[in-house]
Every structure is written in structure tokens, then in C-alpha cells.
Design a protein around this ligand. Structure first.
Ligand code: GLN
Length: 188
């Protein structure tokens, strides 16, 4: 299995490390032609959604990436990556707009919005969750499955081939959320 990790800005190295510990090949996606190789899935990391959005356009990656996701390429967006996938963005402008959710940017406040917790994730069980100036999800469409709710806020969702998380699973030493994504690719 080969997973592309969008490596323009943000916490991409940690995702690559996590995939490595699961025995999966990870390749950095930095330019348009990097998308030409066969990929089984793609990760859009956390960072700053406005910066990632600008770089996707500046580097000419935007259209090809959007097309691949719309055609069914499995994708996992974490934090800023969730915002990049959302069709509607409160406090920002939509980017790829492939997922039928509203992302509320900086849902926990800008300054004090970082915290850690342990909470239930889908059928995986309780997993550590690190939130850093995180968004939350509102207005999920009819095809969107809610995978995790923390303090009344939706923090993990799935819509067909797309998985979006408000937290950073790559920053904790727990591989189960990445393994969930890999199982999703395998159709399990
Ligand atoms: N607040 C950031 C944004 O709006 C996301 C933060 C993160 O990815 N840790 O893009």
C-alpha cells in the first residue's frame, strides 16, 4: 500500500512517521506530478488551512487533487485538513469543498484552543486526541457518519471515501486512528 501525504506545510512528517510504524509506504506530495503515481490513499495534514489552500493553488495541485478525491481516492484530513475538505467553512473560505460538512474554524478559541483528551472514536474505542486551534464540524450532510463527539462538538466524520478529524492522531503514540483509515481503504 502506498499513501500520499500532502507535504506543503504543517504536520506532514509526523503522519509519514506514523505510516512507517504501521509498515506502510508514504510518499510526499509536493508538486502536481507527484499525484501521477499510483496512490491508495492520501493524507491532508494539520497546519494552517489558509496557507495550504494558497499553496494548492500556487503549485497547480488543486484541480487534480479535487478530481482524484471526487473520483473516490480515500483521503484523511486532520485539523486544517478537515477545513480543506469542507464544503462550507465558518470563519474562512472553502478549499477543495468535497465533503458535505461545515467546518467551524478555531471552534475552541484562537489562543487557549489547545488541549488533550481521551475520547471514543467510532468502534475503535477510547483514543488520545490532541486539539490545536482546532475546528469542529457542524451541519453534516445526510451521507456523513459521525465518528466522534467531544463535549457536544463533532470532531470526527466520514463521508464515503473521506475521513475528517478535528484532532491530530499523528501527534500521539497510538496508531489506531491511522489503522482505521487503512482499513477504510481496504474496504473493511
Ligand atoms: N486553526 C487552523 C486553521 O484554521 C488549524 C489548526 C491545526 O491544523 N492544528 O487552519
Amino acid at each position: 500500500m502506498r499513501i500520499g501525504v500532502l507535504a506543503l506545510q504543517g504536520a506532514f512528517a509526523e503522519h509519514i512517521c506514523m505510516l512507517g510504524s504501521l509498515g506502510v509506504e508514504a510518499v510526499e506530495i509536493r508538486k502536481r506530478s507527484d499525484l501521477n503515481q499510483p496512490l491508495d490513499g492520501l493524507i491532508i495534514p494539520g497546519g494552517e488551512s489558509t496557507t495550504i489552500t494558497k499553496l494548492l493553488h500556487d503549485l497547480g495541485i488543486f484541480s487534480d487533487l479535487r478530481e482524484k478525491i471526487s473520483a473516490g481516492l480515500p483521503v484523511m484530513g486532520t485539523c486544517a485538513g478537515l477545513i480543506v475538505l469542507a464544503k462550507r467553512v465558518e470563519g474562512g473560505v472553502p478549499c477543495l469543498a468535497t465533503m458535505d460538512i461545515t467546518a467551524v474554524r478555531n471552534a475552541y478559541g484562537r489562543q487557549l484552543g489547545s488541549f488533550e483528551t481521551v475520547s471514543r472514536f467510532a468502534d475503535v474505542g477510547d483514543v488520545p486526541m490532541t486539539f490545536i486551534r482546532a475546528p469542529c464540524v457542524e451541519g453534516p450532510g445526510a451521507d456523513v457518519e459521525i465518528l466522534s463527539v467531544v463535549d457536544g462538538r463533532i470532531v470526527a466524520v466520514r463521508e464515503k471515501n473521506q475521513l475528517a478529524l478535528a484532532f491530530h492522531p499523528e501527534l500521539d503514540c497510538d496508531t489506531r486512528v491511522h489503522a482505521y483509515f487503512l482499513n477504510m481503504i481496504d474496504g473493511k
